[in-house]
Design a protein around this ligand. Sequence first.
Ligand code: URA
Length: 241
Amino acid sequence: MSQQIWTATQQMALKAMGFPLWEGEAMEEGLHQEKACSQDTSQALVEGANQELAWQQLEKEVQDCTRCGLCQGRSQTVLGAGHRHAALLLVGEAPGAEEDRQGKPFVGRAGQLLTRMLAVIDMQREDVYITNTVKCRPPDNRKPTPVEMEACRPYLERQIALVQPRLLVALGGVAAQSLLRTEQTISRLRGAIHTYSIVTWPETLPLIATYHPAFLLRSPQYKKEARADLDRIRDFLDGAS
Ligand code: URA
């Protein structure tokens, strides 16, 4: 009777199911290919596990952060939300009251408009990664100061390095000015593709700036320009610009 020969994958499955293998039951030829394959798989698993650890570490550091005075007024930190390998990473200003309560970014009225803006370019919130320049709510919903944004920047840079998006979108003047280190107004910064340099990652990233959804709620007459920005974002992601 001929002996049954198992491939490497079959051997692993059998082992996992508790069936012992007899000597010589491995298929030598298939073994090399499958070994290479399983090395790729294990490398991917290791990378995935490392990434998970890096996110956990970041989350913990942000939760414990006291780098600036904003920590004193927060109920909880708001790190970010969404797809951890998104092509699009959006950066808003700062958590507001609702975000501070829920621990998630853009969950108030501005967040609802942001969801509708994303729908215009056929995207859902789960498709993108959303965060803010600072991870704690500033008191009385004031803008975060440049010092507070600098204190929080290493966290944002780590998020960007982990997600590795194709495009960054700055929502509003505060985020755009901080990310691009400029004092130009949002109306001047929108309408172009800028370059964002990340300190901890040896590459630059394209950045598009657009109006903040909270501003659009107050000034709906700017929605036409915001629509043009959204089209530019879609074109970029589709490889048309
Ligand atoms: N909610 C956020 O999370 N960020 C903003 O900039 C505004 C509202």
